[in-house]
Design a protein around this ligand. Structure first.
Ligand code: NAG
Ligand code: NAG
Ligand code: NAG
Ligand code: NAG
Ligand code: NAG
Ligand code: NAG
Ligand code: NAG
Ligand code: NAG
Ligand code: NAG
Length: 403
């Protein structure tokens, strides 16, 4: 027996050497991790959605996102103005060459602009303010780390929302009001909408926080981030932890998608506005690493990741943590697995690239119907408006936190 195993040693060694290149080929096939797998605490996610908006020339090419077109009349929008989203309010400003500098072809910083024009538009005899909304095509996100590179408008009177959404009672929400930005601070409104609270989430303590961030976020790019695992939901700003909820009975229980909105309805108690100038929210990226609720994706992951150890951890890639504001024209600009030509780090993931990947490596998950997608946006404003009314008088002291 012993000599039999000994005789196998050399071929096995050779085989494992031969396998080495293929392992390097698909570096991250066992997922993407927050913290390294040698750390005490870490989380692994199987799927990825990365959008480097500094490279996008024609937004229609980006099948990872569904730009929304809908209207809410003033009554339903709960403001003096109605709300309408339009494709024209989404304006790409790609960099000429992002490795050279961050300047866009129209000047200013490269990225995707979501515009709220100052002038109202009349639709069926009523006044509407135009805005923009992007929904991720992937609707199978369950647990994840979600990040957006942004710079807010300098015009007071708009609301920038970045949230994960299943329905009105399962949502992880972040809202920035441009009227709540001053020369030294930006206010983040963080809300976990829960099943237990029903649609009146306000009854639940511990699901809403107003947090002050020590930046004028109209001046440069920052990163807003939230992580959702089975035991914590945590918000970060430029890598600094802002708030953690760990009461898991309040957590979402079904999969959902990502939403980015920029809007105004003129409500002095929430968005304010209309803005006095054409207000542009700049997005430079979205990086989302998440688990999929799709059985096919789960099977794909298992089959990609089923080859035996030496070390499965070798095939898990650590997601770099953004610490401090993302600095584009520097030695260390934001990192994208999908822009990394030296690694085969996005095998069988949904990624947008300036140079399109071969069909074989690009997958498309069936997208949901767009018929009812105005609901999240409407709900977002309604709920926050109510939160505002109920809590604002008392947040002065304990509810407000600065980091
Ligand atoms: C990436 O890895 C996969 C899986 O090992 C392999 O099939 C594919 O050919 C690799 N692609 C490149 C460009 O190396
Ligand atoms: C990553 O590490 C930090 C610092 O140790 C910790 O606070 C955080 O909870 C960890 N994240 C995860 C997802 O484990
Ligand atoms: C972009 O700039 C880099 C760095 O100067 C250069 O190596 C590269 O060739 C440029 N790419 C294009 C398409 O001009
Ligand atoms: C917007 O409104 C202002 C003042 O009401 C007006 O002077 C201007 O012409 C309008 N701009 C456009 C593009 O309609
Ligand atoms: C924030 O910074 C921008 C750019 O430096 C500046 O134009 C703006 O006035 C500042 N905002 C406030 C409220 O001070
Ligand atoms: C700016 O806003 C922060 C938080 O809202 C507040 O604490 C601070 O006093 C404000 N500063 C000025 C100069 O208004
Ligand atoms: C995501 O799914 C993988 C594979 O099933 C699992 O190992 C991992 O723990 C999941 N991540 C989280 C945060 O639960
Ligand atoms: C978690 O939230 C539920 C619902 O509000 C509440 O009943 C429970 O006491 C909370 N648990 C803890 C540990 O705070
Ligand atoms: C890639 O993903 C698609 C869709 O989930 C799946 O049908 C296909 O089998 C996967 N291919 C590989 C090589 O994992």
């Amino acid at each position: 027996m012993v000599s039999f195993w000994k005789s196998l040693r050399l071929p096995v060694l050779l085989l494992s050497l031969l396998r080495l290149p293929s392992r390097v080929d698909a570096a991250c096939e066992c997922g993407y991790s927050v913290n390294s797998t040698s750390d005490l605490e870490y989380a692994v996610f199987t799927d990825l959605l990365e959008s480097d908006f500094t490279k996008i020339k024609n937004f229609k090419d980006d099948t990872d996102w569904q730009p929304q077109v809908w209207e809410l009349d003033p009554k339903r929008a709960l403001g003096p103005y109605g709300r309408a989203t339009r494709l024209e309010a989404i304006i790409p400003n790609p960099a000429l060459n992002i490795s050279l500098n961050s300047r866009g072809i129209y000047g200013g910083h490269a990225g995707l602009n979501l515009i709220v024009p100052r002038n109202y538009t009349v639709i069926n005899g009523e006044k509407y303010l135009i805005g923009a909304e992007l929904d991720s095509a992937r609707n199978d996100m369950f647990y994840g780390t979600f990040r957006v590179g942004y710079r807010t408008t300098k015009w007071p009177g708009t609301c920038f929302g970045f949230y994960w959404y299943h329905d009105d009672s399962q949502e992880i929400d972040t809202e920035l009001l441009s009227r709540e930005i001053n020369s030294t601070h930006t206010v983040l409104n963080l809300v976990l909408h829960t099943k237990i609270g029903g649609s009146n989430l306000l009854a639940l303590p511990g699901t809403f926080l107003v947090a002050g961030i020590p930046y004028n976020s109209t001046a440069e790019i920052h990163e807003l981030r939230f992580d959702w695992t089975s035991d914590a939901i945590t918000w970060y700003h430029d890598g600094v932890q802002v708030w953690t909820i760990s009461n898991t009975t309040l957590f979402p229980a079904e999969p959902g998608h990502l939403v980015i909105t920029h809007w105004s309805n003129g409500d002095p108690l929430w968005s304010g506005g209309p803005p006095e100038g054409d207000a542009a929210l700049l997005l430079t990226y979205v990086k989302a690493y998440f688990n999929s609720s799709n059985p096919q994706r789960q099977l794909d992951f298992k089959s990609r990741c089923s080859s035996p150890p030496p070390s499965k951890d070798d095939k898990i890639c650590e997601i770099p943590t953004q610490t401090g504001p993302p600095l584009y024209d520097s030695e260390d600009p934001p990192y994208f697995f999908s822009n990394d030509r030296e690694r085969n780090a996005t095998f069988n993931q949904t990624v947008y690239e300036d140079i399109k990947k071969s069909e074989a490596e690009r997958i498309t998950i069936p997208i949901r119907e767009t018929g009812s997608v105005w609901a999240p946006a409407a709900q977002c404003s309604v709920v926050l408006w109510m939160v505002f009314l109920v809590f604002m008088p008392m947040v002065g002291g304990s509810g407000v936190r600065f980091v």
